[in-house]
Each structure stands twice: as structure tokens, then as C-alpha cells.
Design a protein. Structure first.
Length: 158
């Protein structure tokens, strides 16, 4: 009788540990989490903007327009962003759209401008064209983690 009781207690402990281990293997993501997402052959930093189901998440890719937001399965999320991430070059389909916009946009790559950020103007350089009057900029004197995509309304010529 005592052996059966000890066995059932040990069995319950082993089962509990197994369940805890298995549940810890699955990452739970939520709105606002900064994650790395596999996209077009690269891994890009993104933020979860909506939980669309138990294993589906709507993400916004950092530095890209909302037109590139998409719902992705958990299998494409490669983990949480840790530290400073410099995203890889945009995929070909993004570059093609930017090339088309480059023909008519006011600013060109390499232009020195001033960009509004939280009510202050900062010197910056246009480093890319993302779309119609949407630019990738680098703030002078700051690291690449501060680079961002901005619209024409935030840009002034120097």
C-alpha cells in the first residue's frame, strides 16, 4: 500500500514536470512584443500589432510602411528581439516599388535633410526610398538602431 502511494506521488511529480517542460517550449507572444520574423528569405524585426488566433499574429515590420503588415503563423516567428538589430536589405519586391517611386519623389538618396522627431528637428540623410514620398533616413551622429522610415510631412530641406 505504501509503495503504491509513493509510486503515485512520484508519477504525479514526473507528469507535472513533463507538462511544465512542454508548455515552456512554446513561446507565447502578445500585442506589443518585438519579435524576429522570417520574411522573403531574411529575418526582420517586427512588432506584433494583433493576435489573430492561437497561432497567428499580425505583425508590422520595423522601418516599413503598413502596406507590408501581414498575418504570420507562429512558425515564422523566430524569437524575441534582443539588443540592437539592423534589418537586412529589403526584399526584391520592396526594392522594385521603391525604384518606381524614386522617379517622382521630391528627395533622392543622399539628400541631407532635417527630420522632425518628437517635436524636435534633427539632421539626417536620406538612405533609401521606400515608396511614394516615404523615405528611409539615418540621423547623423546616431547609430543605425535610430534609422527609421518617415513621410514627407516630417522632412525639411537643410
Amino acid at each position: 500500500m505504501r509503495a503504491a502511494r509513493v509510486f503515485s506521488i512520484l508519477f504525479a511529480l514526473v507528469l507535472t514536470l513533463a507538462l511544465l517542460t512542454l508548455s515552456a517550449c512554446k513561446r507565447h507572444y502578445g500585442v506589443g512584443d518585438q519579435v524576429l520574423v522570417e520574411w522573403e528569405g531574411g529575418t526582420y524585426p517586427a512588432v506584433i500589432v494583433e493576435v489573430s488566433g492561437p497561432t497567428k499574429y499580425k505583425v508590422h515590420y520595423e522601418g516599413y510602411d503598413e502596406i507590408w503588415d501581414e498575418v504570420v503563423p507562429r512558425s515564422r516567428i523566430k524569437g524575441f528581439v534582443e539588443g540592437t538589430i539592423v534589418p537586412p536589405e529589403p526584399p526584391a519586391k520592396v526594392r522594385a516599388k521603391a525604384l518606381q517611386a524614386a522617379q517622382t519623389n521630391v528627395h533622392k538618396i543622399g539628400d541631407r535633410v532635417r527630420v522632425e522627431w518628437h517635436g524636435q528637428m534633427y539632421p539626417a540623410i536620406i538612405t533609401g526610398i521606400v515608396g511614394q514620398e516615404r523615405y528611409r533616413i539615418h540621423y547623423e551622429g546616431y547609430g543605425p538602431e535610430w534609422d527609421e522610415t518617415v513621410g514627407l510631412s516630417r522632412i525639411q530641406p537643410r
